[in-house]
Design a protein around this ligand. Sequence first.
Ligand code: SF4
Ligand code: SF4
Length: 77
Amino acid sequence: MAVEIIVDRNKCIGCGRCYDVCPKAPLIWKKDEDGKYYAYDVEYCHNCKFCAGRCPTKAILIKVVKPKKRKEEKRMK
Ligand code: SF4
Ligand code: SF4
């Protein structure tokens, strides 16, 4: 599923819960030099929203990225 995961760095307290609950954590999540977490690669994310649900500061926003191309192609015809 094509998603975008946005972590609000101002809200992230580096607790690591997003990492702990994510079934694909080692493929998706990384910690930066300030100890804050970010979604490094969302290719393996299946939008279960466990991470967002467990984040104590509601720092995680998950957006489904809709494939727009097809619609545009249809309209062209
Ligand atoms: S669960 Fe939320 S506050 Fe904790 S590390 Fe992840 S994004 Fe940061
Ligand atoms: S939505 Fe699920 S699979 Fe995607 S990053 Fe969050 S916990 Fe991991």
